[in-house]
Write a new protein. Structure first.
Length: 340
């Protein structure tokens, strides 16, 4: 069975095609992605109306590109999946509208997918996929959660952020340091030339004994330190603060993940979402988990950001487990707010 996946929840338009037979791990046939980063940089963040209009321009050309790479006609697709939420309402409507209209025209079923479930299952696209059950650290955009994942659709939230998410802490701290959008990758790059011990920044809830997160206090501490620098901080001051900020965020994520693993008794950790591409986080998790005989799985770096492959994969894995697809032309609905 071949599943076409469409992702349009925020500032990336992604389309991909996966194929599966029986209960074997679905394989990626082709994917294409367009990022809107350059368009939004002038505004310092995502402009929802501009994002929606750009999705309209990109989704059909990307679909044709994916089908061309796979050597397939659109009529050979069996199911069309799309991101139903959460995300920007207008952006979601573009992907949902195209998917449902295409399915109606082709008389094909559709399957709406939760954006976070796509991230959660994206490591199954790698050459070394995890096995159920596992602990998942989901660090995507405004979401930071630790979950016990027993199987597809069987998720138990163990802990989550009570205020800012890790991605928000990266981006807001980067903005305070005068770094361009998107802030997280720029902060991580600047941190490479800094001293992570230069500033003693807070690690909120680190010793709470619970797998919950809080990053708003860290953001405030970064703001306080930036003000102490004066009008023109030196390059080294900025690099040191970037490194110290990254160290604080990574320290919390690693310690909380280890706590969840210890409490569950599991020996498998999956890290998914954009922050999962952070090199410092990967290095420290790999080191800490190796000492505890825990295997860590990540998506491929190219699949850490939003993409169509994770949506197609999540839909395929649901179909394998008997999830019902919607009839052609049915189910046109988006959910900008949608808990997993």
């Amino acid at each position: 069975m071949k599943v076409l996946g469409i992702e349009s929840s925020c500032d990336e338009t992604g389309v991909a095609l996966v194929e599966f037979a029986g209960m074997s791990v679905p394989r990626l046939l082709a994917q294409a992605l367009h990022s809107q980063i350059s368009m939004h940089q002038a505004y310092g963040g995502v402009v929802p109306e501009l994002a929606s209009r750009d999705h309209i321009r990109r989704v059909l050309p990307l679909t044709r590109e994916v089908l061309g790479r796979a050597g397939l006609a659109i009529s050979e697709v069996d199911v069309i999946a799309y991101t139903q939420g959460p995300g920007l309402a207008g952006a979601l409507l573009v992907g949902a509208g195209v998917a449902v209209a295409m399915a109606a025209a082709l008389n094909k079923p559709t399957l709406p997918v939760h954006h976070l479930e796509g991230h959660l299952l994206s490591p199954f696209l790698s050459d070394d996929p995890p096995e159920f059950p596992f602990i998942a650290l989901l660090v995507s955009g405004g979401h930071t959660q630790l979950m016990l994942v027993r199987d597809v659709g069987q998720y138990e939230i163990l802990g989550e952020t009570i205020d800012d998410a890790a991605g928000e802490a990266f981006d807001k701290s980067a903005k305070l340091l005068g770094l361009p959008y998107p802030g997280g990758p720029h902060l991580a790059e600047l941190a490479q030339s800094g001293d992570p011990t230069a500033f003693d920044l807070p690690r909120p809830m680190l010793h709470s004994g619970k797998p919950d997160f809080s990053f708003s206090g860290l953001k405030t501490a970064v703001l306080t330190q930036v003000r102490r620098f004066g009008e023109v901080p030196t390059a080294q001051q900025r690099a040191d603060l970037a490194a110290s900020t990254q160290a604080a965020i990574v320290d919390v994520l690693v310690r909380k993940s280890l706590l969840a693993l210890k409490n569950s008794g599991l020996k498998c950790l999956v890290v998914a979402g954009g922050v999962g591409a952070n090199r410092c986080l990967r290095e420290q998790l790999n080191s800490a988990c190796a000492k505890r005989n825990v295997r860590v799985h990540y998506p491929e770096l190219s699949l850490c950001t939003d993409n169509g492959a994770m949506i197609a994969m999540a839909a395929a894995m649901r179909l394998q487990r008997g999830a019902p697809a919607l009839p052609p032309g049915g189910g046109f609905q988006v959910k900008p707010r949608w808990p997993l």
